[in-house]
Design a protein around this ligand. Structure first.
Ligand code: ADP
Ligand code: ASP
Ligand code: MG
Length: 439
């Protein structure tokens, strides 16, 4: 069994849906994971925003525009009146639901998650119907029947494995193509929930691990993981292969092509992940596996929206337990730390979730002088950086010789060196690294 996940742009128009249907119909048994059509989840966020602000009129206007767009896609996608009618009937359920939420007097995070779940429901229904119209025997595999997160918002892997298998057993055994929704799931209270923005990649790897797939393929609009962020740097190149750890670091530190946590389930189950380009299916893409290319610096990524916090204390050196007290402040407020550097007189950490920043700073003030710097970016250089290797540090540091660097971190893993710089220096830093490391 293989898993093939197609992102928003890959199913972003009637033409793309036709191409995806052709691509998946190759005679191999597979689970196809689809995102919402590109732009849809953002539009659903906008609708939810209007409803939070008690503005159902504007919410309805956005719904009407969205429906108009989908009706256009239906018209182009199907060639028979019968299937056009079937698709309209299927999507009527979603649009009726959205409109009914505009009539409520209340709107909570529960309703918001219901709104956000509509995009994947619509794209999967449309592609499945299109395949059926073409005579391809695909079936829908509803994610809400098996995908689940627990009370800590972590995937409930035992539940997913058991219920996914149950669903597969229930469907006709000669089925070759199962079509399922990425991103959406249920939570511990059986409510509709999701795996956070970009979460369809995560769905694919969780499904892959649950069925012990031979391969997980992530199909998108670019030919694999590039060695730098193509949105900021010109002339980036695809990386042919990456170790799981390298890919996980890149995803976590901002390479948007992968959801931050999507590599972990594949790594634990040792299932190769292949990044492929829907617009150029013959391109090699990137193979992510347990093989490491020795001594090679592979790629650079940047994580935005970082806040640095420094706690300075004259008493730190002799005081054991100082770090524990500092970390406790973050734990109390469920805020995870990305980067840490220490010295004799203090410790600097970075966070990306600033929801409880004021409370955290208040607590930290008990232990020393606290300073906060916002609008920072973590630049992460990834590759084989085993401490036995020599030379890679010098190369990386000299590439950044013109950039003011606030923190440097190496030694947490053998796969990355991270730098904290100001957001205004991000582009310059990424370009300098590309120029010095890859050209
Ligand atoms: P999908 O909708 O298919 O999930 P995404 O937009 O989430 O696609 O991810 C693909 C995009 O990620 C690319 O179009 C590219 O702009 C961006 N990206 C950022 N960093 C990288 C990188 N290092 N390699 C490839 N793509 C990257
Ligand atoms: N549709 C969701 C989003 O736009 C999930 C995904 O595309 O992966 O975030
Ligand atoms: Mg994505």
């Amino acid at each position: 069994m293989i898993i093939q996940k197609f992102g928003g742009t890959s199913v972003g128009s009637a033409q793309r849906m036709k191409e995806v249907s052709k691509l998946v119909n190759d005679g191999k048994k597979k689970i196809v994971v689809l995102s919402a059509m590109s732009g849809t989840t953002n539009t659903l966020v906008e609708i939810a925003d209007y409803l939070y602000k008690k503005n159902p009129v504007s919410a309805n206007e956005v719904i009407n525009t969205l429906e108009h767009k989908y009706m256009g896609v239906i018209d182009e996608l199907y060639s028979t009146g019968e299937y056009k009618a079937k698709a309209c009937e299927a999507l009527k359920v979603n649009f009726d639901l959205l409109r009914s939420l505009c009539k409520n007097n209340f709107f909570t995070v529960f309703e918001e998650k219901v709104v956000l779940s509509q995009g994947e429901q619509m794209s999967t229904a449309m592609v499945n119907l299109y395949m059926n119209e073409c005579g391809i025997k695909s079936v829908l595999l509803p994610a809400l029947d098996y995908m689940r997160i627990d009370k800590n918002e972590e995937p409930d892997t035992a539940y997913i494995r058991e219920h996914l298998q149950k669903e597969l057993d229930r469907l006709p055994s000669d089925t070759m193509i199962y079509i399922t929704q990425g991103y959406i799931c249920r939570n511990a209270y059986n409510e509709i929930d999701n795996l956070k923005r970009g979460g369809s990649d995560y769905s694919a790897s969780l499904i892959g691990a649950a069925v012990n797939a031979d391969e997980i393929q992530i199909w998108t609009d670019i030919d694999g993981m590039h060695n730098n962020d193509p949105r900021f740097v010109e002339g980036t190149q695809p990386v042919a292969s990456l170790h799981f750890e390298e890919a996980a670091e890149l995803a976590y530190f901002g390479a948007k092509i992968l959801h931050p946590t999507c590599i972990l389930p594949a790594k634990l189950a040792n299932i190769p992940v292949r990044l492929l380009n829907t617009m150029d299916p013959a391109a090699h893409g990137t193979l992510i596996s347990n093989k490491l290319t020795p001594h090679k610096i592979e790629a650079v990524a940047a994580k935005d929206g970082i806040t640095a916090i420094k706690i300075k204390s004259g008493r730190m050196l002799l005081a054991y337990g100082f770090l524990r007290k500092v970390f406790d402040c973050f734990e109390i407020f469920k805020t995870s730390i990305d980067m840490i550097t220490t010295s004799e007189v203090g410790v600097s950490v970075t966070i990306d979730n600033t929801k409880h920043l004021d409370e955290i700073v208040n607590e930290l003030k008990k232990f020393g002088t606290v300073t906060v710097e916002k609008d920072m970016v973590i630049i992460c250089v990834v590759g084989d950086m085993n401490s036995e290797n020599t030379g890679f540090q010098a190369k990386i540091v000299s590439a950044l010789s013109e950039i003011p660097v606030r923190m440097i971190s190496y030694g947490g893993s053998n796969y990355n060196v991270s730098f904290l710089v100001k957001a205004s220096d991000k582009k310059r830093a990424l370009e300098a690294l590309s120029k010095n490391l890859f050209n």
